[in-house]
Design a protein around this ligand. Structure first.
Ligand code: ADP
Length: 258
């Protein structure tokens, strides 16, 4: 195996015996318990589970937004815990694009302004690639909406602008936390389609947290969480299913070990 092949076959994300315990007063809450899994480069993985199952905590751990109580998160061969706060922030800015349930667009700026400011804040030295922004705008069907402020856009359009904002720095990983949580079915379907399309066309690895099994089905692989643990891993459709009768392929069965 040559160096290029070896890099491509290494997992881009590795969670190893990951645990997070919160102290809520005198009570300790184990939000994530001994979770291990790997994500391959370019994969689209959904993490699904009911409220309180530990999805957000896992998201924060994978994004380097909080420290693990035990275990580790390895991004592209680099252990988050081994880094200083400044280096962890740098790794996050260079490699990860975040999409949240709340679009968090700045209300006084246009869609374009929101994307530009995100690029500036990322600290990239080279100027923003306008051609790439045009490509993203076409991919996300927001080309005609870039001069509008968030209040002039539908929820779905706002979320697609937020996705463009996350993608403009060409992150190798996109972490999306309930990206369709604030959207109606039509807008939600459009956003999910765009996430799949950008994953397939731009090749970044995508991890999406959701409590909605239908949304999760668009992923290539679905990790089911319950009480802080991954209880099942199954194959997804890899695309948006038809409304009538979604049939998931047979389950993989066991949770794959690291
Ligand atoms: P989900 O995203 O699946 O709803 P969370 O990761 O938000 O799950 O929460 C998992 C568990 O951890 C829940 O029992 C929740 O109450 C608890 N929890 C989450 N954040 C905190 C915190 N900052 N302090 C204490 N407990 C927390």
């Amino acid at each position: 195996m040559n160096a290029v092949q070896e890099e491509a076959s290494n997992p881009i994300i590795r969670a190893e015996n990951l645990s997070k315990v919160y102290a809520a007063g005198r009570i300790m809450v184990a939000a994530v318990r001994d979770v291990s899994f790997e994500v391959k480069r370019g994969e689209f993985v959904a993490i699904v589970g009911p409220s309180g199952s530990g999805k957000s905590t896992l998201f924060y751990l994978l994004g380097g937004l909080t420290r693990a109580s035990e275990g580790k998160v390895v991004i592209d061969g680099v252990d988050f815990a081994s880094l200083s706060d400044a280096d962890r922030t740098r790794l996050r800015k260079n490699r990860i694009g975040f999409v949240f349930q709340k679009f968090n667009l700045l209300p006084t700026l246009s869609a374009m302004g929101n994307i530009e400011i995100a690029y500036t804040v990322s600290g990239r030295k080279e100027p923003m690639d306008r051609k790439y922004l045009e490509h993203l705008s076409d991919l996300l069907s927001i080309r005609g909406r870039l001069e509008h402020r968030p209040s002039e856009l539908s929820g779905g359009e706002q979320q697609r602008v937020a996705i463009a904002r996350a993608l403009i720095t060409r992150p190798s990983i996109v972490l999306a936390d309930e990206p369709t949580g604030n959207l109606d079915t039509k807008n939600s379907d459009a956003v999910l389609k765009m996430l799949v399309r950008s994953n397939q066309e731009l090749g970044q690895t995508t991890l999406m947290i959701t409590h909605n099994p239908e949304a999760a089905a668009i992923a290539g692989r679905i990790l089911h969480m319950r009480d802080g643990e991954i209880i099942k891993i199954e194959k997804g459709l890899g695309q948006l299913g038809t409304a009538a009768g979604q049939h998931l392929p047979a389950q993989d069965g066991t949770v794959s070990a690291v």
